[in-house]
Design a protein around this ligand. Sequence first.
Ligand code: PLP
Length: 481
Amino acid sequence: MNAEELREQAHKMVDFIADYYKTIESFPVLSQVQPGYLGKLLPDSAPTCPESLQHVLNDVQEKILPGVTHWQSPNYFAYFPSNSSIAGFLGEMLSAGLNIVGFSWITSPAATELEAIVLDWLAKALLLSHDFFSTGQGGGVIQGTASEAVLVVLVAARDKILRTVGRTALPKLVTYASDQTHSSLQKACQIGGLDPELCRLLKTDSSTNFALSPDVLSEAISDDIASGLIPFFLCANVGTTSSTAVDPLPALAKVTRTNNIWFHVDAAYAGSACICPEYRHFIDGVEEADSFNMNAHKWFLTNFDCSLLWVKERSALIQSLSTNPEYLKNKASEGNMVIDYKDWQIPLGRRFRSLKLWMVLRLYGLEGLQAHIRSHIAMAAYFEELVVQDKRFKVVAPRTFSLVCFRLLPPPNSKDNGNKLNHDLIDLVNSTGSVFITHTVLSGEFVLRFAVGAPLTEVRHVKAAWQILQEKATALLQIYH
Ligand code: PLP
């Protein structure tokens, strides 16, 4: 790595990225290429001789960007957001520059210590109980994704119960969650060697706004115990993927406590909102949880990937995930004086991810982050109001944060229950390239999701997206019977 070459080329790259952001609205939000497009544009083999950066950047502009879906576009309203910010970007850059691999404290003490400090800062901002702080028996750790977070706590909970009931009881362990829970839980069960049939996805419906009923949970647990099975894990949600439903944490906590079940709270998207005092109540009851997760890379201005996991009992994670080969032994670890995050996660190697989160917290401050969250929630409320005013549409689930779930109503006497109509509507809208929204299914109904959360989104983008939706709805309704 030649420092002067780096300086020159990195400046060019920064200029390229800044120009990308300047012109981001000129690209179709959803990439419009066909599968296999890139193979037709790139050579069959790697170059034998070095090429110039300019050459590569030309290819990025002409060949790669057409195949990019622009998650940072202000017209991006799909899935959940994946925030980028100047602070997050600079933190990533610094992390790439240092390029350390911080699996044990000794491999870069600052990486481990900054991670523990920044997660304690955030635990404080979220008003988590002291049990979740690294200064107690617990602590926070940065995982790559919420999927890894739920997997590691599931494995910790599995091993904890098996230490009591014996390892042969593995096929009897039962996991609980609502049917709205993200599929990462099922994947975790598969990887964790649990019987996939015993991952109970308990039914929810619109009567509870798609939240898990504590009575339904209690009943399922009683049935399973009566059948000789062993309940051991509940994954509750604050902000489900489909409709941002919030499970009643305090009531669920009571059930888990009575039955000695590990209580995990997945707030991958909505956890960020809970740094605002007016939204903190959505995680009331988290003090009873064993683990809590939010993705800073979704809605917290921190570039992907950065999933924050707090546990109350770090020893449970460590007992499941630690290894101690000779070649990694060192005085600090042997003396039990330090955190070795390799024992809190799946891989050995780990990036210096806390740098970007630290930079986000310092360059925006909690007030800046709160303003970010509030502006998106206000824009989503505005969009919801627009939908309510147009009687051809219906809001189908309560808007709790910055996601609006809605659908176009089928005309009277239509043979279609509205599912095909809304399917066609989303295809038409997304094919314009001017906006990108995605869908879900709630109670058998195909529903459109409008998730506000891209940092560049302003009210004018929300208005423009709604105008496209209305225009395409008008066009479709003319041909529907
Ligand atoms: N949990 C919830 C509620 C989500 O919405 C998502 C993704 O959108 C996940 C978990 C999985 O997130 P990740 O991609 O970080 O694994």
